[in-house]
Design a protein around this ligand. Structure first.
Ligand SMILES: NC(=O)C1=CN([C@@H]2O[C@H](COP(=O)(O)OP(=O)(O)OC[C@H]3O[C@@H](n4cnc5c(N)ncnc54)[C@H](OP(=O)(O)O)[C@@H]3O)[C@@H](O)[C@H]2O)C=CC1
Ligand SMILES: C[C@H]1O[C@H](OP(=O)(O)OP(=O)(O)OC[C@H]2O[C@@H](n3cnc4c(=O)[nH]c(N)nc43)[C@H](O)[C@@H]2O)[C@@H](O)[C@@H](O)C1=O
Length: 351
């Protein structure tokens, strides 16, 4: 990529897209194009066609997707498979038709089998059945990998897929029902602490209710009170977390340094595993995560595990040796990242 190449970042207001824009700007890229969801609905085939024809981007970061935590994936199953298939089909196909030089497709480590050996190597894709709670989303992501790979093989495009682990950082979704675990626990434990300290103005402004009684009634639905916070599942599942700005740095690194042809060979196993894992290679249990967040926030109440909620897959630790061997490694460790996002949250509460 040249510093004045025309680069389209799809999903630029999201967790990852916003960090990619920031990273590109910090590296001197000057010709970025973006569209909000309301300006360009990427599920709309005609609108995406018009956009690519008129803008002719040279590089595309595909960070727009329908994204959510375990319950959102499990409940809104149709929405997750439909929106993600539509967005990626439209953007990838128009990138091919309009001669995009390189595209980066963002998948997810949920593409790997539910009981994959740990840590998960790229070659474990399509070797067994998926975790049911996010199967529709995972199938859309697998289709995205195979779409990129197929266009590369048939049409000679240069579309690269990366599989990030669980991410967190500024501009994350803190919704108590639909978000991922890390932002959900930051917000739940913070609000429990505020209730415990009778800091009702903060609770009201964070939740958007007019009275503290309404706010308390809402929070109690999510197991948040002045004395305790509900944690979904048993606390036993393990997850790996990557700071979103590290994720963005890895994405830009791969766009700058990697070609599809690097992975292409006549060897079948190479052709079938053209994607790259992005993560830290380190995991913690949800119980350990919750206790770390509780200590950082300074909440003195109890953590209560609700086993009526799903655990999801028990482990999904990435094998990052392929990424590390290319010369990239994460820089922010989990405890530092939690402190940063807690600080960001209390200064950017949008609810
Ligand atoms: N967050 C995570 O832990 C992980 C994320 N990923 C992947 O990384 C990528 C980025 O995720 P993340 O940043 O977390 O997601 P976010 O939800 O934070 O951001 C997604 C972005 O996509 C946009 N978008 C969604 N639907 C449409 C649409 N129909 N048309 C146009 N824009 C749309 C959103 O715009 P708007 O807000 O206006 O709707 C938003 O800007 C996704 O591919 C995701 O699957 C992979 C693994 C883990
Ligand atoms: C990125 C990834 O994200 C999703 O998969 P997930 O890793 O299972 O997602 P999660 O962050 O929601 O949960 C992780 C673990 O944490 C537990 N947990 C406890 N308490 C809360 C809680 O309050 N909220 C949430 N969301 N989870 C909680 C929860 O029960 C689970 O055991 C998929 O979208 C998948 O497709 C995907 O790609």
């Amino acid at each position: 990529m040249k510093k004045d190449s025309k680069i389209y970042v799809a999903g630029h207001r999201g967790l990852v897209g916003s960090a990619i824009v920031e990273n590109l700007k910090s590296k001197g890229y000057t010709n970025l194009i973006t569209r909000t969801h309301s300006e360009l609905d990427l599920t709309n085939q005609v609108a995406v066609e018009d956009f690519f024809k008129s803008e002719k981007p040279e590089y595309v970061f595909l960070a727009a997707a329908k994204v959510g935590g375990i319950v959102a994936n499990n409940v809104y199953r149709a929405d997750f498979i439909y929106a993600n298939m539509m967005i990626q089909n439209n953007v990838i196909h128009q990138s091919y038709l309009n001669g995009v030089s390189k595209l980066l497709f963002l998948g997810s480590t949920c593409i790997y089998p539910k009981n994959a050996p740990q840590p998960m190597k790229e070659e474990y894709l399509l070797t067994d059945t998926l975790e049911y709670t996010n199967e529709p989303y995972a199938i859309a992501k697998i289709a995205g990998i195979k779409t990129c790979e197929s266009y590369n093989l048939q049409y000679g495009t240069n579309f690269i897929s990366v599989m990030p682990t669980n991410l967190y950082g500024p501009n994350d979704n803190f919704d108590l029902e639909k978000s991922h675990v890390l932002p959900a626990l930051i917000r739940k434990i913070y609000l429990a602490k505020m209730l415990n300290e009778n800091n009702f103005d903060t609770v009201i402004s964070d939740t958007g209710f007019e009275t503290i009684e309404e706010a308390k009634a809402y929070l109690s639905k999510f197991g948040v009170s002045e004395n305790s916070v509900e944690i979904w599942g048993t606390g036993a599942p393990k997850r790996e977390f990557l700071w979103s700005k590290d994720m963005a740095d890895a994405c830009v690194f791969i766009m700058e340094n990697r070609e599809f042809s690097d992975t292409y060979s006549e060897n079948d196993s190479e052709i079938r595993n053209t994607h790259i894992n992005i993560g830290t290679g380190k995991e913690v249990s949800i119980k350990e995560l919750a206790e770390t967040i509780k200590n950082i926030i300074g909440f003195k109440g109890d953590l209560v595990f609700n086993t009526d909620k799903p655990d999801g897959t028990m482990r999904k630790l990435t094998d990052v040796s392929k990424l590390n061997s290319l010369g990239w490694k994460h820089s922010v460790e989990l405890e530092d990242g939690i402190k940063k996002i807690y600080d960001w949250y209390i200064n950017n509460t949008t609810y």
